[in-house]
Design a protein around this ligand. Structure first.
Ligand code: ARG
Length: 414
């Protein structure tokens, strides 16, 4: 049981769903706060979610603030593109949105002179950790009523009925869904059985692959960041919105994965992320053209670490900044265009071009004799002799040792 002697106002991360709605009276009754304000942060959720939050807040008599953080969130998604970031196949939509949401709520709380912060996350997921790592950096109290009071959905529903709380949406439907600009995630219900094969009803952003005619898109990147589609300049938010529409029609960006959560639980997750798939594939194709082999292979491990920290919500970690320093340095040449073919659920890079291409056609061509002005085919002869020298030697040595051992066994026997 939490202490009931708190005072002042608590800022609650508010969605208008069942969890956060029951948190409003609980923060007063069980924690002792005088007042609650609700904060909803816009990271690209569908309009209905804001309507629901607005209506519920009104019915509760809750002071409600809405903060638009779409541009800031889209910038973080662009950093994810530079880092080719995915965690176990998931482009991190929910994960990256959390620190943005948490920071926006903290800002409102400080402006409004609140003494505490609260969220409606359960004790099983990742989001509690991502919110709290940002909030615990402040002097405000941090509360998680659902986790701290051990609430279940059934208990919440009963409590809401008893109190006459406005929860018309009930538990929000069969699946638990989290949507923002970068991805839509679907979990729970039948999907909890890893063997269950979902039907088209779990998807909202993507059509069944193959239902649209193949299509080509040209993406322009500047220093690793997409800036235009088919020659038309757009903001990151516009690019993401546009690609979610266009590539979603081709069924691009469906992921069904067994996700290892931070607490160690394995959970079946389904995601839709058409824009993320297009941008990540195109960006990687452009890096393939301009970066050296050494940069590409070393960057893979940096990218992996970036995604890991991103998944954990540790985007304010010193390590994260250091990784970004490296990534930004490599991106100074990731400028150019990539043509992507959308077809049958795939966003396949089919052409790329850059003034920084680390590529000399004359060198690689099958058609020319001279490799460059002063290098000829024959120059590779010496390299070919040395190539694999140690490997051949190591094999020879072990064969000889095995033969000697076999010989010894025979002699011993005799
Ligand atoms: N497991 C994912 C993550 O931790 C997303 C969870 C989204 N929540 C949901 N109710 N579908 O990033």
């Amino acid at each position: 049981m939490p202490a009931n002697d708190h005072s002042g106002t608590v800022a609650l991360a508010f969605s208008g769903g069942l969890d956060t709605t029951v948190c409003v009276p609980l923060l007063q009754e069980e924690y002792g706060y005088d007042d609650v304000i609700g904060v909803t942060v816009d990271v690209g959720q569908p309009a209905e979610e804001f309507d629901e939050a607005e209506e519920t807040a009104e019915a509760l008599g809750l002071d409600h603030y809405v903060v638009d953080a779409k541009a800031e969130f889209a910038d973080l998604c662009m950093d994810a593109v530079k880092a080719n970031a995915t965690y176990q196949g998931y482009p991190l939509g929910t994960a990256l949105a959390r620190p943005v949401i948490a920071s926006a709520i903290l800002e409102v709380a400080e402006e409004q002179g609140c003494s505490a912060l609260a969220h409606g996350c359960t004790g099983k997921g990742n989001d509690q950790l991502r919110f709290e790592t940002v909030w615990r950096d402040s002097d405000l109290n941090v509360h998680a009523p659902v986790r701290e009071l051990g609430l279940t959905r059934e208990w919440e529903q009963e409590y809401a009925d008893e109190k006459g709380l406005p929860v018309e949406g009930g538990d929000g439907g069969r699946f638990s869904i989290d949507t923002n600009l970068w991805s839509r995630s679907v979990e729970g219900s039948e999907l909890e059985d890893p063997a269950y094969v979902p039907g088209e009803e779990i998807y909202d952003w993507t059509q069944e692959p193959g239902s649209a005619e193949p299509e080509l898109l040209e993406l322009t990147f500047e220093e690793g960041v997409p800036v235009a589609i088919d020659g038309e300049e757009m903001t990151p938010v516009e690019i993401i919105d546009h690609l979610n529409d266009v590539a979603g029609a081709h069924g691009v960006g469906r992921t069904d994965t067994m996700e290892d959560r931070m607490l160690g639980l394995k959970v079946r997750e389904n995601y839709e992320h058409p824009a993320a798939s297009v941008l990540l594939n195109a960006h990687e194709a452009l890096e393939g053209l301009v970066l050296t082999k050494e940069e590409r292979s070393f960057k893979t491990s940096i990218d992996q670490e970036w995604a890991e920290k991103g998944y954990q919500g540790l985007v304010k970690a010193p390590l994260f900044r250091a990784l970004e320093g490296f990534i930004d340095e490599t991106q100074t040449r990731v400028t150019g265009t990539v043509t992507v073919k959308l077809q049958g659920g795939q966003a396949r890079p089919v052409g790329r071009e850059s003034e920084y291409a680390c590529y000399a056609e004359g060198q690689a061509s099958f058609n020319t004799e001279a490799v460059t002005d002063d290098i000829e085919q024959a120059d590779a002869t010496g390299v070919a002799k040395y190539h694999g020298f140690q490997e051949r030697l190591a094999n020879k040595v072990s064969e000889a040792a095995e033969d000697a051992a076999a010989e010894k066994t025979i002699t011993d026997y005799e």
